[in-house]
Write a protein that binds this ligand. Structure first.
Ligand SMILES: CC(=O)N[C@H]1[C@@H](OP(=O)(O)OP(=O)(O)OC[C@H]2O[C@@H](n3ccc(=O)[nH]c3=O)[C@H](O)[C@@H]2O)O[C@H](CO)[C@@H](O)[C@@H]1O
Length: 340
């Protein structure tokens, strides 16, 4: 039996989901250990694909100081002993972590129980927990690091199914990541008129918080747009678009590659160690994406830039950067080494 751990945000959780689905296809059910804060419960509380789900108390340590940091560490250590007992109860043979503070108790628990720990790092800059645990891991998976055990990024097969070579700019999708992004939302509203006047259709993922106000804006301005707070079928949405204006969260970025959808990335400037910038940089350096910092953007100049991109070339080359079997390769590797 395998335990999957980690989460906090959609970018981590989607990897946990991909690995769970791959295990399910082979008739294996994993247990999930996440946190009682963040998005873990929303994603997995009712997911029948897991044998059992546990949402433990765990809090971020990185941005805390003094007594708060100590309290967070104590909570994690206490929960790691709970995990040790859970591993015994479920006869766990291996632990797969997608990182984030929510992965801390079970990862530590794996070391306490002398179980092999497998880590997937999503971002171009390693997270703090992953850096700390990498030397103790049995294998480390990262799409940016050639010294990693595997460089496959586990994107759901549905994205590959909808892969399409883009040639003309007819529809733009705005993406704010799993929680939506105020800056992307504001930019979309500023660009809406120009896009509409140029017969470019608009799709806009807003996140929950700003959905109603944004929907109202398009209605008032009489600009037709496909506006949604969160979709459970992102692959289908991406299929319809010819260009994305997006945050550069890792999972979104690799899903765009899988669907061959070119993008302008505007990294979230406060992400740990500015990792969203470095995620996008890996594509920009190859000439396969635009990358702009959010304080440098003028929406009129921006549209002119996008209009003259060679979408066909970008789209074609993007799809060569990712393999369809990312989850399979990771699960094969884990199962080969463990008697699960
Ligand atoms: C603010 C922050 O720190 N964000 C981090 C977080 O981003 P975030 O949680 O936004 O993650 P990503 O952009 O990597 O992925 C979002 C995931 O949610 C899915 N989705 C999104 C919207 C929607 O309507 N429906 C839907 O299913 C996407 O298809 C994707 O699979 O985790 C990523 C992966 O570690 C990091 O790179 C990001 O820097």
């Amino acid at each position: 039996m395998i335990a999957i751990t980690g989460g906090g945000t959609g970018g981590h959780l989607v990897i946990a989901k991909a690995i769970k689905e791959e295990l399910n296809q082979r008739g294996i059910k994993a247990i999930y250990i996440g946190s009682n804060s963040g998005q873990d419960k929303a994603w997995f509380e009712h997911d029948e694909g897991f044998e059992q789900k546990y949402f433990l108390e765990s809090r971020g340590v990185v941005n805390k100081k003094g007594i708060q940091k100590l309290l967070s560490l104590m909570t994690i250590v206490r929960s790691s002993f709970t995990c040790k007992a859970l591993f015994k109860k479920h006869n766990i043979h291996a632990v797969f972590s997608v990182g984030g503070y929510s992965a801390a108790p079970a990862s530590l628990g794996a070391l306490l129980s002398r179980l092999p720990l497998y880590i997937h790092e999503q971002n171009a800059i390693q997270g703090k927990l992953n850096t700390l645990l990498r030397p103790f891991s049995k294998a480390f998976f990262s799409a940016y690091d050639t010294s990693a055990t595997l460089t496959s990024y586990p994107v759901s097969e549905s994205f590959f199914k909808y892969k399409r070579e883009r040639t003309h700019l007819k529809t733009i999708i705005f993406l704010g990541g799993s929680q939506g992004a105020t800056f992307i939302n504001q930019l979309a509203l500023k660009m809406a008129k120009i896009l509409h006047e140029n017969n470019i259709a608009i799709m806009h993922q807003t996140g929950n918080k700003e959905f109603e106000a944004i929907q109202k804006f398009y209605e008032t301005e009489k600009i037709p747009a496909d506006v949604f707070a969160f979709t459970t079928n992102m692959a289908q949405k991406l299929k319809e678009a010819d260009f994305a204006i997006s945050r550069s969260g890792a999972s979104t970025l690799w899903e765009l590659c899988a669907t061959a959808l070119p993008a302008l990335f505007i990294p979230y400037p406060h992400a740990a160690a500015n990792h969203q910038y470095y995620n996008a940089k890996t594509l920009e350096e190859k000439g396969l994406a635009l990358l702009l910092q959010q304080n440098t953007i003028d929406e009129k100049i921006l549209f002119e830039k996008i209009k003259y991109l060679d979408l066909k070339k970008m789209s074609h080359e993007l799809s060569t950067l990712i393999r369809v079997n990312g989850s399979k390769e990771i699960v094969n590797h884990i199962l080969k080494e463990s008697t699960c």
